[in-house]
Design a protein around this ligand. Sequence first.
Ligand SMILES: CC(C)(COP(=O)(O)OP(=O)(O)OC[C@H]1O[C@@H](n2cnc3c(N)ncnc32)[C@H](O)[C@@H]1OP(=O)(O)O)[C@@H](O)C(=O)NCCC(=O)NCCS
Length: 187
Amino acid sequence: MAFIKLETARLILRDFRKDDWEAVHEYGTDLEVVRFMPWGPNTESDTKEFIKLSLASQREEPRTKFEFAVTLAESERLIGGAGIRVSAPADRGADMGYCLHRDIWGQGYATEAAGAIVGFGFEKLGLHRVFATCDTGNEASARVLEKIGMRREAHFKQDNMIRGKWRDSYLYAVVEDEWSESTGGQP
Ligand SMILES: CC(C)(COP(=O)(O)OP(=O)(O)OC[C@H]1O[C@@H](n2cnc3c(N)ncnc32)[C@H](O)[C@@H]1OP(=O)(O)O)[C@@H](O)C(=O)NCCC(=O)NCCS
């Protein structure tokens, strides 16, 4: 598959490049950013490994993991990452996630990026169902998933150990019929 680029009103989501690691490292080391995630806080080698794995997944055939750099269309600044992974190919199912630099939170960028990758999943990968999980304390993320048209399907009790503490998760999902009826969070 060729280098992928997804465009929204204000963002360009594109495949990661090797020289992206420093921009990723900025948010990957922020404890507030990684608070609800098993990912991070990163050492320099963790971030470089993350980029290395993302680059390796670009070469997979068939490709099942799509980890995109989220960049501002106007300035090309890398503000985060968003990914979708075909985790149940026989059922055309995938899971997705995202993580953005703290200094651009609250401007609708996560909603725009999440909507773009779910749209990519349905329209380009031919998926039937996309799901995401988020920590029950991560109200901003739950809101993003609701804004793009996902339904809360489950509350998992202590399914995640994050930095030594058991955490609960919500599971959100959307199927292709529902997606075609929604705006997918685009402005
Ligand atoms: C979660 C995250 C991606 C949200 O990014 P963002 O760009 O600020 O999201 P948006 O601006 O698109 O939307 C956030 C929504 O959550 C709401 N929100 C933010 N903080 C909230 C809180 N503490 N309680 C309730 N709602 C909250 C906002 O008001 C907004 O909803 P609205 O448009 O209805 O007002 C961002 O905070 C982040 O990267 N966090 C760290 C990584 C992470 O947790 N990733 C998700 C793992 S599941």
